[in-house]
Design a protein around this ligand. Structure first.
Ligand SMILES: NC(=O)c1ccc[n+]([C@@H]2O[C@H](COP(=O)([O-])OP(=O)(O)OC[C@H]3O[C@@H](n4cnc5c(N)ncnc54)[C@H](O)[C@@H]3O)[C@@H](O)[C@H]2O)c1
Length: 366
């Protein structure tokens, strides 16, 4: 018989919080009970908009005795400190990506969660959508034979065109490699296994960016991180990939992810989305098109997966360990670009188990 939904406290009531709050307030295995932000008014406003009982400071959420799981949607520099405080207070944590902005703090976070016996999760949870889950299942079942090479591209003119407060995206430990790389690299390591080594080139087109929208329009941002990174990735099991992550391109090209195998080529749906369409091309024939319908998934499904683990002991897929591993790969790519050399990725990694095919976040299961 059902127990009760996992009680969530959300911290970081900014741009992406609307998507999380829209979804998490309708997923029955979660109950959002508090929203926090450095700007308490912003937290109160979001709480009111989404019918959440309490809005206030980040501390009020972390100390809230009702809260079991903190969903941390703060800017990357605050991911580590907020998650650490939450784990110290005995709360499970779901962090937006990147897990933190450096490997020392991210590995400390993984260790702290282990020490405390608490769950630590990390975005992206887009790979839990039916689009990428079906892609991973098809590849594992041999739909394209043995995977050989992959190509991933996400390029656009930069978040200052649409984000009202994009300075953090040009700060240390972010940039397109760490901001959008996680969608593609998470999917690639889930599909192709651990990374052996990487090489890369990176550049900065404009040392200063100007906010284009919102109340900060006209403000200048000093760019502190590469805004274009191209990487070559060698996977331990033999496959290779090439990826481009860029905020320097006037031509927007997103969701480009293709995997070439010995028996065919699979065109994956956008790894930054939850559904889409898969195309498989084989032997000169017309592409086989596999539509992947939405099963009500959206940002927040990683927290649902974790909630079910908290109540039932089922596995968590979008783990902090996976987020840390992806950060290790991204850091190796950055080092390879900075030092113009091939960098080995010397870390163990096991892909997360697939979700059951009929998995749905909109069902009440706990
Ligand atoms: N914007 C997107 O489309 C998008 C998509 C997916 C993931 N993300 C990720 O979500 C996170 C947040 O992004 P965003 O675009 O919503 O940023 P944002 O700047 O709009 O919002 C961040 C919020 O966190 C608050 N905050 C900052 N430091 C804090 C602290 N120490 N304690 C409490 N609150 C704090 C800010 O006041 C702000 O309200 C980032 O990690 C980003 O990578 C963003």
């Amino acid at each position: 018989m059902a127990s009760q939904p996992v009680r969530v406290g959300l911290i970081g009531a900014g741009f992406i919080s609307d998507q999380y709050l829209t979804n998490m307030t309708r997923y029955p295995d979660l109950r959002v009970v508090a929203v926090g932000d450095l700007f308490e008014e912003r937290a109160k406003q979001q709480a009111e908009t989404y019918g959440v009982a309490r809005g206030g400071s980040p501390e009020s959420v972390i100390d809230d005795p009702e809260v079991e799981l903190i969903v941390n949607l703060t800017v990357p520099a605050a991911h580590g400190p907020i998650a650490t405080q939450a784990l110290e207070r005995g709360k499970h944590v779901w962090n937006e990506k990147p897990l933190t902005t450096d490997l020392d703090s991210s590995s400390r976070l993984v260790e702290l969660a282990d020490e405390k016996g608490l769950f630590l999760g990390c975005a992206p949870d887009t790979f839990l959508g039916a689009g990428i889950q079906t892609t991973l299942r098809l590849i594992a079942e041999g739909a394209i034979g043995r995977p050989l090479t992959a190509q991933g591209i996400m390029q656009n003119p930069g978040p200052e065109r649409w984000h009202p407060d994009p300075a953090f995206i040009f700060g240390p430990g972010v940039g397109p490699l760490f901001d959008i790389g996680p969608y593609y690299l998470t999917t690639l390591v889930q599909a192709l296994g651990p990374v052996r080594s990487v090489s890369a080139l990176s550049s900065i087109a404009h040392p200063v960016r100007t906010v284009r929208v919102g109340s900060k329009a006209g403000q200048e941002i000093e760019v502190q991180v590469a805004t274009h990174t191209a990487a070559l990735i060698q996977f331990s099991e033999g496959a290779q990939a090439q990826t481009t992550f860029s905020y320097d391109a006037e031509l927007q090209r997103e969701g480009f992810l293709e995997i070439i195998g010995t028996e065919g080529t699979l065109v994956a749906p956008d790894p930054n989305h939850f559904e889409g369409e898969i195309r498989i091309l084989r032997d000169g024939r017309d592409p086989e098109v596999i539509p992947v319908p939405s099963r009500g998934t959206g940002r927040g499904v990683g927290a649902v997966d974790m909630a079910r683990a908290i109540r039932t002991g089922s596995p968590v897929r979008a783990t902090g360990r996976l987020g840390h591993y992806v950060l290790q790969v991204e850091t190796a790519i950055q080092t390879a670009a900075d030092e113009r050399r091939v960098v080995d990725v010397d870390a163990a990694f096991t892909p997360s188990p697939l979700l059951p095919e009929d998995w749905s976040p909109t069902e009440r299961t706990v």
